[in-house]
Design a protein around this ligand. Structure first.
Ligand code: FAD
Length: 430
């Protein structure tokens, strides 16, 4: 009996357009270019001009914690009652995007939490090695592999802390618990009220997320990739599944398109009937003046929802999450509140000449990004976005998944948890 010949592997597209030069687009363009595809990277502005440039710089390979954990419902009144707390929600948004909040609540069931945690860890665990490969000789100047501190005031373990421990143990995340005098010895200058610390030795940070992204784009162009500044106005799909891209400087007809447009991906895809369920979780940073006496590694103040990261231009305080109308002005009170909290946590912190910034985390309800094709009629229209709080960490593996999908090769990790279809399944089961 003749065995049928193996079905031919889909041929990788030769001409690929990557839309968006944030960290996700920059990693993706470079990964595809180094696989031998002819890639054009397009952005309405400069690389890292979106959320990426202002982030906290953490490359948290430990990251296996969904943003919402079991017990969320119980904690919500306390969380929302604190105007300076880590999270604030405009009640009008709660009504307007009720489906998103409902999905977030459903994602806190334990079985789902474990599955999300596994998918987060798989996406993040190799980030440092991937950046080393992608950045080449620039890696050492841009990335510090020195660890991170997580500190808090409370000395007792909450139920949430116990869930966090379970998830970290599940993934073999290395941690060291340090308290009181030991913590003061290792972090001199930390307010004594901060009594508990967790040392995360395997994490890293970049000293400049914008320069890191620009470095990736520069390597991409050195490899022959095309960089162009244009705004994409619309995507069109023809009967054969080909994607046309209308820009403010004419139409492009690549063989494949990867949409890495951060929050704007939603608006680009909606006219094609694709519902990308993203919600903007606004965050802030405060760029502080260069100063001595601060740790050389990031310190995350877990109960306050911000981090102090040593950057090239001086320490950067970054974090907070705010769900509000997209056009709402920056919340002055929350920005000043973050500064005051930071000075209570680190009394000698100097803040003169502070420069504030705000940015939108493109967030899904289940903390996982959307990676892969999103329209059956156009298998070569892919999305890579929705990385929420951990896009800098998740971008390199995202790029490897996209590369495998376009080449028709086995995915480096199981890509099913990141498929858009998970939301469609969820919607059907409600
Ligand atoms: C305060 C804060 C702190 C954070 N800290 C960390 C951290 O420490 N570690 C971490 O891993 N993550 C962190 N994040 C999350 C991380 O920054 C994001 O997940 C990530 O930057 C998202 O990257 P992106 O490439 O998807 O989007 P973006 O960086 O927003 O890039 C999208 C790009 O697409 C372009 N674009 C959009 N529409 C169009 C169009 N129509 N035509 C052409 N171009 C277009 C934009 O100009 C932009 O350059 C933080 C976020 C915030 C807000």
């Amino acid at each position: 009996m003749n065995t049928p010949p193996p079905s031919p592997r889909p041929v990788a597209p030769e001409r690929v357009l990557v839309i968006g030069a944030g960290i996700v687009g920059a990693c993706t363009a470079l990964e595809l270019q180094s696989a031998g595809m002819a890639v054009t990277l397009i952005d309405a502005g400069d690389p890292a001009g979106g959320t990426t440039g202002g982030n906290a710089g953490l490359i948290s390979v430990d990251s296996c914690l969904p943003i919402a954990l079991p017990g969320l419902l119980r904690q919500l009144p306390g969380l929302l009652g604190d105007a300076d707390g880590p999270l604030s929600i405009d009640p009008a948004m709660l009504l307007r995007r009720f489906g998103w909040f409902w999905d977030r609540l459903l994602s806190t069931r334990m079985a789902r939490t474990l599955a999300i945690s596994d998918a987060l860890r798989a996406l993040h665990v190799g980030a440092i090695d991937d950046y080393r490969r992608l950045l080449g000789p620039d890696f050492d100047a841009l990335v510090q592999t020195r660890g991170q501190w997580h500190v808090r005031a409370a000395t007792t373990m909450s139920d949430t802390d116990r869930v966090i421990d379970v998830l970290r143990m599940r993934h073999g995340v290395r941690t060291q618990e340090v308290a009181d005098d030991d913590l003061q010895r290792r972090l001199p200058g930390l307010a004594p009220a901060m009594r508990r610390g967790t040392w995360m030795p395997d994490n890293a940070h970049t000293v400049d997320p914008a320069a890191l992204t620009r470095g990736l784009v520069q390597r991409f162009t050195q490899l022959g990739g095309q960089w162009t500044t244009r705004r994409v106005r619309a995507l069109q799909v023809d009967g054969g599944g080909a994607v046309g891209v209308a820009t403010d400087a004419g139409e492009l007809r690549p063989q494949a398109v990867v949409v890495c447009a951060g929050m704007q991906a939603q608006a680009l895809l909606a006219p094609l009937g694709v519902n990308l369920p993203l919600l903007a979780e606004r965050g802030y940073h405060a760029q502080l003046p260069p100063q001595d006496g601060l740790p050389e590694v990031p310190v995350l103040f877990k109960s306050h929802g911000f981090v102090l990261t040593p950057m090239r231009q001086g320490p950067r305080l970054a974090g907070k999450a705010e769900i509000t109308a997209p056009d709402a002005p920056p919340n002055e009170r929350r920005m000043q509140g973050m500064l005051e909290q930071a000075r209570r946590c680190w009394p000698a912190l100097r803040v003169e000449g502070v420069v504030f910034w705000r940015g939108d985390r493109p967030s899904t309800a289940d903390s996982l990004p959307v990676i892969g094709p999103v329209l059956p009629a156009a298998p070569r229209l892919l999305v890579a976005g929705g990385h929420g709080h951990t896009g800098l960490t998740g971008a390199p593996m995202t790029a490897r998944i996209v590369r495998a999908q376009l080449q028709g090769l086995p995915s480096p990790i199981d890509a099913r948890p990141y498929a858009l279809a998970r939301f469609q399944r969820l919607q059907r089961s409600h």
